[in-house]
Design a protein around this ligand. Structure first.
Ligand code: DC
Length: 231
């Protein structure tokens, strides 16, 4: 009998969710799914089609295109990393830009756009053995996930981490732009009507300010081990 479980990791942006989710997935030989990358890929598509900008958003055009938009994850043979693909092409390099970050919350607030993404997420988790991070994984996508974490940290610390990542990846950006984006996205993610960011009642809440990645990984893993041996 399979003893695989689903691990949901939600929380505010740039709290280290994806880094820690990847580490857990590697340790458990599970699949890691970055659900935010799906909303980012959709945003990248909408920007390219000029459906969305700072000043306008033609959500109906994007909704109408949904049957022709294929989003999935494929392994890059050179790096072995899973990358999000939009209509068969990896868009991983484009989806972390500030232009996508500034518009993604608008896209993610539309129920008719979330629904097809959740359908893909259900499919990806159907065999369990998945670590998925996002905003609504433990509340909406997998409310019966065996293990749920909610990560949070101060906005300043999150902006500092994110700023370093972006500068290391050669993005031309200021610390204040990153901080403002994080504050705005949190506000939009928490206050939206469809699947807002919430702490699930059975989630384990962890503050990541004063904890190293290794400590965080071990802490999360300490909750995983008893569940695997119980099954
Ligand atoms: O995790 P991230 O910062 O890459 O996610 C990008 C945006 O996508 C985030 O601002 C909110 C949205 N998102 C969401 O609404 N639901 C998810 N499950 C994951 C992300």
């Amino acid at each position: 009998m399979s003893n695989k479980i689903i691990i949901a990791i939600d929380g505010t942006s740039s709290t280290g969710k994806s880094t820690i989710a990847k580490r857990l997935a590697i340790r458990l030989k599970y699949v890691y799914i970055d659900s935010g990358a799906m909303y980012r890929a959709l945003t990248f598509y909408a920007i390219q089609k000029e459906y969305i900008s700072k000043t306008h958003f033609e959500s109906n055009k994007l909704i109408n295109d949904i049957p022709n938009i294929y989003i999935d994850f494929k392994q890059n043979k050179e790096t072995n990393k899973f990358e999000v693909h939009l209509n068969g092409v990896s868009v991983e390099k484009h989806i972390r830009s500030l232009s996508v970050s500034n518009l993604v919350s608008k896209i993610a607030s539309i129920g008719k756009l979330r629904k097809p993404m959740v359908k893909i997420q259900h499919f990806l988790g159907s065999n369990k053995g998945v670590v998925m991070d996002g905003r609504d994984i433990g509340t909406v996508v997998f409310p019966n996930a065996e293990l749920k974490f909610y990560l949070d940290a101060s906005s300043e610390l999150r902006a500092k981490r994110r700023f370093k990542e972006l500068v290391d990846a050669n993005h031309d950006i200021s610390y204040n732009e990153v901080l403002n984006n994080i504050i705005l996205r949190d506000k939009q993610d928490i206050s939206r009507k469809n699947s807002p960011l919430r702490v699930a009642s059975d989630s384990i809440v962890i503050k990541t300010d004063d904890i190293s990645l290794d400590q965080l990984e071990n802490k999360l893993f300490s909750y995983v081990t008893p569940l695997l041996s119980k099954k």
